[in-house]
Ligand binder design. Structure first.
Ligand code: ADP
Ligand code: MG
Ligand code: MG
Length: 245
């Protein structure tokens, strides 16, 4: 579903991604681990189409050239990023925000928009996945939310938008064990044979709950190792440096 070949990305003259290759099949969950500053968040930003990067290489999403698409086209095609640091938007209601995002995607796909009543029903159903109560929908986006509540709100947004490729950038950082379980449970509930998920994490713990099909190490802008889920435990024990032969 997603095939990245020889991806390079620089920002303000600084080369961050240096020939990254990655393939994720439909229905697969892949994890990317790696040291701070390796380029994990940059990869996520490049995939959703954030501007400001000088990019070369190729990214195919289904049969499309992802790099040629606008951020809006990518969202409509089903690419979603849960941010490492979810932003607060004072004065914008959470429900309004999510409905606007969903309807923009539906419009781009030529689907009918959801009115307030239909959206509320959908949101209420999806909130159960992340154990959020309805009061969060009437508050401003993330304003005054705890770290764990912000992350749950990201997963709620993902559950509402139903992406084909969901990227979670360190959604586990700063979560206590209960919040981690809830976030992982929400993600697991959204696993389908069509939906691919890319989990960026520093911690093996999340991967005990969201068991990935494949684990990759991103070091200095490239994927330097890949392996089955057991690789996460090995990395935790031995660190990211390659094991000498
Ligand atoms: P990771 O998510 O793996 O910790 P990032 O992708 O956030 O790493 O960052 C990779 C490197 O690129 C870091 O050294 C970071 O400081 C640098 N970087 C990221 N964004 C910018 C930017 N907008 N301007 C300058 N340097 C940046
Ligand atoms: Mg980081
Ligand atoms: Mg990061």
């Amino acid at each position: 579903m997603l095939t990245i070949e020889n991806l390079h990305a620089a920002v303000e003259g600084k080369q961050i991604l240096r020939g990254l290759d990655l393939h994720i099949g439909a229905g697969e969950v892949h994890a990317i681990m790696g040291p701070n500053g390796a380029g994990k968040s940059t990869l996520a930003s490049v995939l959703i189409g954030r501007d400001g990067y000088d990019i070369s290489g190729s990214v195919r999403f289904d049969d499309q050239d992802l790099l040629a698409m606008s951020p809006e086209e990518r969202a409509a095609a089903g690419i979603f990023l849960a941010f490492q640091h979810p932003i607060e938007i004072p004065g914008v209601g959470n429900m309004y925000f999510m409905r606007t995002a969903l309807n923009a995607i539906r419009r781009a796909r030529g689907e009918e928009e959801l009115d307030g009543t239909d959206f509320l029903a959908l949101a209420q159903e999806r909130m159960k996945l992340v154990e959020m109560d309805q009061t969060f929908m009437t508050r401003s986006v993330n304003e005054g939310f705890s770290g764990g509540e912000k992350k749950r709100n990201e997963i709620l947004q993902m559950a509402i938008l139903e992406p084909r490729l969901a990227i979670l950038d360190e959604t586990d950082s700063g979560l206590d064990i209960d919040a981690l379980r809830i976030v992982a449970g929400g993600v697991n509930a959204l696993r389908t044979p069509e939906r691919s998920i890319l989990v960026v994490t520093h911690h093996r713990q999340l991967l005990d709950y969201i068991v990935p099909d494949r684990v990759h190490v991103l070091t200095a802008g490239r994927i330097t190792r890949s392996g089955p889920k057991e690789l996460a435990a090995e990395l935790e024990e031995r660190g990211y440096a390659p094991v000498p032969a």
